[in-house]
Ligand binder design. Structure first.
Ligand code: SF4
Length: 418
């Protein structure tokens, strides 16, 4: 197979990335989902009869966000994890590796190395990737690009089901510098120059250019302005294509509410119609740069911002079923969702929550308690949730308004990232 063949297939793979209901029906994941539905039905039946509820089995999530560190060498104004960065709290690395081994034994299929923090700053970054690939999980890396030599060093371990995404958000060195404020000087050019080398060394994993769209007047929190970049959507797309990225992904700026939840505050966008029209014109222009091997992707958030129906995605069922299926492991603890990373009431357990047999039992009980106690219809009522559709689908299945059995498997897509 040529690298061109791989590229064409890779581009085709991007569209279903956010179809989580379909992803959960892949043969490799469906068994767990069917078991979860069965357990939830038994819990609800027992509660209805006033009987003791069955305990949740010691299932690990199918997918995790793994924040290796909270350390970051940038000071991005638009960073939604600003409040949790550069904490002195660290993992016991041996325990972390043991946790990952145990989680894979219990069903973990994919790990996104991401932050709250820059994963390539962790001294054990390469060792973690090797460990996860030795365990057979899918691995993806979301990085600020400042240490691409470390990604270069492990890129051979990744395959066509894994991916790398660089958060760059700009089309020029000047805007990159203003938005990201690297503590040690590095330019957007220097970051992008690594991409052809990385792709030449191993063309199989997708390499993406992430672009958070910021409009005039956007604020991370009250009084903290963020550098606008709508005018650079097209130049960023051209840059991404010319440096050999597989795609550029465009998503709207999110901010954090005082309660910690991560939201798209469309109501706060000054002159919304005009702003949306400017974004649409730039995205349409960027799409003209697409080729067989380069695509321009729009996030669900961006689509619903344009369509004006973002409020529909903020109406969650009271029980969020993603909590046992996808969790966020950070040095600060184990959280129920990326949208509530670092928020106390979303904390399931400590950073060693999956480290040993005693911890596992507590973690299963805490996850079950979080399912009952974390009312997503209230806690996430401002979040334009990407898991909105899958959550309602699972709620319907549990209530037997929809069917689900092992016979409902779809063809394997080998995409286990949730
Ligand atoms: S409903 Fe959405 S935002 Fe809320 S916890 Fe679940 S996945 Fe996260």
């Amino acid at each position: 197979m040529s690298s061109t063949d791989i590229d064409a297939k890779s581009v085709a793979r991007l569209a279903p990335t956010h179809d989580f209901s379909a992803k959960l029906r892949q043969p490799a994941l469906l068994g767990r989902v069917v078991d979860y539905v069965d357990w939830q039905r038994r819990v609800r039946a027992a509660k209805a009869k006033g009987q003791a509820v069955p305990e949740m089995p010691e299932w690990s999530p199918l997918s995790i966000n793994l924040d290796l560190t909270t350390a970051c060498n940038y000071r991005c104004d638009h960073c939604i994890d600003w409040d949790i960065l550069n904490s002195p709290i660290k993992y016991d690395f041996a325990k972390l590796k043991a946790s990952l081994t145990d989680m894979v034994d219990r069903g973990l299929r994919s790990v996104i190395l991401i932050g709250g923090g820059e994963p390539t700053l962790h001294p054990g970054f390469e060792e973690t990737v090797h460990h996860l690939k030795d365990l057979g999980t899918q691995v993806s890396i979301v990085s600020n690009g400042s240490r691409n030599y470390r990604i270069f060093d492990i890129i051979d371990r990744l395959d066509s089901h894994d991916w790398v995404r660089l958060s760059l958000d700009s089309g020029t060195n000047e805007t990159f510098e203003r938005m990201h404020k690297p503590t040690k000087a590095i330019s957007l050019d220097e970051i992008c120059e690594w991409v052809p080398r990385i792709r030449k060394r191993n063309p199989e994993p997708l390499v993406g250019f992430s672009f958070i769209i910021v409009w005039d007047g956007a604020e991370r929190e009250e009084g903290v302005d963020v550098v606008p970049n709508i005018d650079e959507i097209v130049s960023a797309a051209k840059r991404a294509r010319d440096y050999g990225f597989n795609y550029i992904s465009l998503k709207p700026f999110l901010s954090r509410r005082p309660d910690g939840s991560e939201v798209m505050d469309a109501a706060a966008v000054a002159n919304l119609d005009h702003t949306v029209a400017r974004i649409r014109a730039a995205v349409d222009e960027a799409k003209k740069l697409e080729t067989d091997t380069f695509s321009v992707t729009e996030s669900i958030n961006l689509r619903v911002l344009e369509q004006g129906n973002w409020k529909d995605f903020t109406k969650q069922p009271s029980m969020c079923h993603m909590q046992p299926l996808r969790q966020v492991l950070t040095p600060l603890g184990l959280y129920n969702c990326p949208a509530h990373r670092g928020v106390d009431r979303a904390l399931i357990g400590p950073k060693a929550a999956w480290a040993d047999a005693d911890a596992r039992g507590d973690t299963a009980r805490s996850t079950a308690a979080m399912l009952e106690g974390f009312d997503a219809s209230k806690e996430c009522s401002e979040v334009t949730c990407l898991y909105h559709g899958v959550n309602w689908w699972l709620e319907d299945v549990i209530r037997e308004r929809a069917e689900l059995s092992e016979a409902d498997a779809i063809d394997e897509r080998f995409d286990y990232f949730l």
